[in-house]
Design a protein around this ligand. Structure first.
Ligand code: C2E
Ligand code: MG
Ligand code: MG
Ligand code: MG
Length: 291
């Protein structure tokens, strides 16, 4: 009897595993087709400079729309793209599209909006490099100084020398480098001195309960003062409420991103949003009080 139950259980797990594998294979095929037929798109989420009250830049986030007006979550398809190697062409496509979109936005509105783009550690392994960046910058006319590449701490666990050389070559093109989801990795903080990083993005997990939890305040404060002494910019991710924003500005965190200001949106929607936000922030600009 016990043997039979064990066998049934094994059977159940094997079936479940097989289903997961099938889903992966299916997703990979669908993703490949979506890339080929240009069915993927990009949404942009504003990052606000709380000192000037104005827009600082936007983060580009990949979107995969289904035929039913919904989206497949990046949490589901980015790992598939990474395992299959599709992240290489996808990442290049996104970078080129985002540079073109934001270049046009800047031209149309006469502004200087920054752009940040996620680069997965798998792209490093697959050969994403300075040559590709330069080519995309040239074709789009986007200034590399206005571009930031977001990497995660996981990449810094790789071979030190090779990663350092890679990051330095990227940095040499003029782009900025940010650590995304800062605080969630396991690497030692000493890498901040060794690698040519200039921005930290504090993970949403630290921001979530910052207005209720003294430990979160202490942690964010420590990150801010360390960043200041290393001359790094800090962006707080996942700001959803006024209380969190007040807390962050009180601590001296200059840049914030989150649903409090806006969700990620399509480029046409972003252009309207940016125009509206410019009007509002002009009206409430701290500078007006000094005039
Ligand atoms: P991420 O780079 O940390 O991006 C921030 C994520 O937080 C986005 O999720 C964004 O929509 C979400 N978010 C922003 N503000 C808030 C907020 O106030 N509250 C909450 N609850 N969430 C907020 P999204 O777009 O689903 O992307 C998830 C992750 O997928 C990204 O995390 C990034 O690691 C990855 N990803 C997305 N697009 C790309 C891409 O083009 N390339 C690569 N390599 N990874 C990407
Ligand atoms: Mg990011
Ligand atoms: Mg990321
Ligand atoms: Mg993040």
């Amino acid at each position: 009897k016990a043997k039979e139950a064990g066998r049934n259980q094994y059977h159940f797990f094997a079936q479940e595993m097989q289903q997961q594998v099938n889903r992966r294979v299916e997703l990979e095929q669908l993703l490949r087709a979506a890339l080929e037929h240009q069915r993927l798109t990009v949404h942009y989420q504003p990052i606000v400079d709380t000192v000037s009250g104005k827009l600082y830049g936007v983060e580009a986030l990949m979107r995969w729309p289904t035929d039913f007006g919904q989206y497949i979550s990046p949490a589901e398809f980015i790992p598939v793209a990474e395992e299959s190697g599709l992240i290489a062409p996808l990442g290049e496509w996104l970078l080129a599209k985002a540079c073109n979109d934001i270049r046009r936005l800047n031209k149309a509105l006469g502004m200087n909006c920054y752009l940040t783009v996620n680069v997965s550690s798998q792209q490093y392994r697959l050969g994403f490099n300075a040559t590709i960046i330069k080519q995309i910058m040239q074709q789009s006319g986007f200034h590399p100084e206005n571009l930031t590449l977001e990497i995660t701490e996981s990449i810094l666990l790789e071979d030190d020398k090779a990663v350092t050389a890679w990051l330095q070559s990227l940095r040499a093109t003029g782009v900025n480098l940010a650590i995304d989801d800062f605080g969630t990795g396991y690497s030692s903080l000493s890498y901040l001195k060794r690698f040519p990083i200039n921005i930290l993005k504090i993970d949403r997990g630290f921001i979530q309960d910052i207005d209720q939890n003294q430990d979160a305040v202490v942690l964010v404060n420590a990150i801010l003062s360390m960043a200041e002494s290393l001359s790094l910019k800090v962006i707080a991710e996942g700001v959803e409420q006024q209380g969190q924003l007040d807390c962050l500005t009180g601590l001296g965190c200059q840049y914030v991103q989150g649903y409090f200001y806006a969700k990620p949106m399509a480029i046409e929607v972003l252009i309207d949003w940016v125009e509206q936000f410019a009007i509002i922030s002009d009206r409430t600009s701290p500078k007006l009080w000094l005039d």
